[in-house]
Design a protein around this ligand. Structure first.
Ligand code: AMP
Ligand code: MG
Length: 472
């Protein structure tokens, strides 16, 4: 059987100024190491034989209907504007309309140099490819909006990072790859026609109900507020919330140095390149507002009457912190078993988090244990929990089914960093058992799986991963 992908491409119909037509660079000996059959079905893809799929998802063979291209964008990286980024190692093959009617991009990442590669080699190594595969699929199962992983191939080539590493290509699926930075590049260059066309395209593709550029801004704000609240609720730290990694569709995108927290602390940072903690766990809501302000600034450029647009955009951006707070509160209420709202809820949640930080409690396991009777064991000093629990118990008596609420809001399983690292080490040695196991277990993160209890265990002191690397 040959692999068939029912392409229906829209980005390739946009003007040439939006992208560079670019074929992937073939690799020496592609080997398919992962294929997401469920996602393929959703996309309307008919799988082919394994070698056929390896050739396609490595970029050696172009499937019929593909119109490969690399997208142009720019963006603020750690607060500084970089006038040109673009897909430096990615090629969009095209889009499909899924069985759910949703349009999605199919992109190869690590597929070779492009006109936007700057000094990069256009490649990816196996570690980050498998990390993105596992973590993005886990995020999806957790109910967090995210890009997804369709396939991973080893290239049979060596990539130079800290040392020689096995090369790999990830096939990434996204509702689109439009970013805040896609708007910024046209705004900064004064390409107003392109900016208007992009705005129209984004509205049409993602928010058809939006009224003009400011309507788009409102919808992106709401989607981003929901997204960041979802991250916070599962203890996820993105690590590189640059505007080029900020999705217009409101999906988590670019799993570079991301990580889930083990012990709760609001200032947690993993990324080795985030020296000043700009993208620390508790800064993520503020950064999302900052990123939205950059989108607002870009969108405004297309107005004749800038003064009125500035006023409206300011009002839209200024409303974001309250929206974020409301989304955050709804998520964290559910985490402690609440579906109704009362005056003291916010304080109750903050008090628990404060105690968790002081008592080195594991974020995931503490919340999951609230539905049982073992939460206190997560605290170095369990009385700190008992003190809090008195008030909480009183509050929870006014809820119909707090256990059910908590069980569906607090996952048992997250992709813990030390497990990801071990999975990568094994795969580099040719052992894919840990990779396959993580994918299987993390597909049902809210289900108790007694036989997989070991995957719930936080890292021991020697297992703790101190830093994650962008050297992807
Ligand atoms: P990221 O940190 O993955 O969001 O990437 C930021 C920018 O660097 C994007 O324009 C990427 O395409 C580019 N980039 C990252 N790694 C490479 C690489 N190995 N070769 C070429 N470009 C890269
Ligand atoms: Mg990126």
């Amino acid at each position: 059987m040959t692999l068939t992908i029912p392409f229906d491409n829209s980005y390739a119909q946009l003007p040439n100024s939006f992208y560079a037509r670019q074929k992937p660079e073939p690799v020496r000996a592609p080997r398919l190491v992962a294929f997401n059959a469920d996602l393929a079905r959703l996309l309307g893809i008919t799988p082919g034989d394994v070698q056929d799929m390896a050739e396609t998802f490595a970029g050696n063979a172009m499937p019929e209907g593909a119109e490969p291209l690399s997208q142009l964008y720019s963006g603020h990286q750690f607060g500084h504007y970089n006038p040109q980024l673009g897909d430096g190692r990615a090629v969009l093959l095209g889009e499909t309309l899924g069985t759910d009617g949703e349009r999605r991009d199919i992109q190869l990442k690590g597929s070779g140099r492009t006109p936007f590669s700057r000094n990069g080699d256009g490649r990816a190594w196996l570690g980050p490819v498998l990390r993105e595969y596992v973590v993005s699929e886990a995020m999806h199962a957790l109910g967090v909006p995210t890009t997804r992983a369709l396939a991973a191939v080893e290239t049979g080539e060596v990539v130079l990072r800290e040392g020689p590493m096995p090369g790999a290509v990830l096939t990434r699926v996204a509702r689109s790859h439009l970013r805040v930075g896609t708007f910024q590049v046209f705004a900064a260059r004064g390409q107003l026609d392109d900016l208007r066309k992009l705005t129209e395209y984004a509205i049409d593709r993602h928010y058809p109900q939006a009224d003009g550029p400011m309507g788009l801004l409102r919808h992106v704000r709401d989607a981003q507020a929901r997204l960041i609240a979802a991250w916070m609720s599962v203890g996820f730290i993105h690590g590189v919330m640059n505007t080029d990694n900020s999705s217009i569709a409101g999906e988590t995108i670019d799993y570079g140095p991301c990580a889930f927290m083990d012990q709760y602390h609001p200032n947690t940072v993993f990324s080795s390149i985030d020296q000043f903690g700009r993208y620390a766990y508790s800064n993520q809501p503020d950064i999302a507002v900052w990123n939205l302000a950059q989108l607002a600034t870009a969108l405004i450029q297309q107005y004749e009457d800038k003064e009125a647009a500035v006023e409206e955009a300011t009002e839209i951006v200024h409303a974001m912190p309250d929206l974020l707070q409301a989304e955050w509160l709804a998520r964290f209420r559910a985490k402690i078993g609440l579906t109704t709202s009362e005056e003291g809820d916010q304080t109750l949640i903050s008090d628990l988090l404060k105690r968790m930080a002081e008592e080195q409690a594991d974020f995931t396991n503490t919340f999951r244990a609230l539905a049982g009777d073992a939460a206190r064991d997560q605290f170095t000093n369990p009385e700190a929990f008992d003190n809090w629990a008195e008030g909480w118990q009183a509050r929870v008596t006014r809820e119909a089914d707090p256990v059910a609420t908590m069980t569906s809001a607090n996952p048992a399983f997250i992709p813990r960093n030390h497990r990801i690292e071990k999975m990568i080490s094994a795969a580099v040695q040719g052992d894919y058992a840990p990779f396959n196991r993580l994918n299987t277990v993390l597909a049902q993160p809210y289900l108790d799986q007694p036989e997989n209890e070991d995957l719930r265990r936080p890292p021991s002191t020697t297992e703790v991963v101190q830093a994650t690397f962008c050297g992807t």
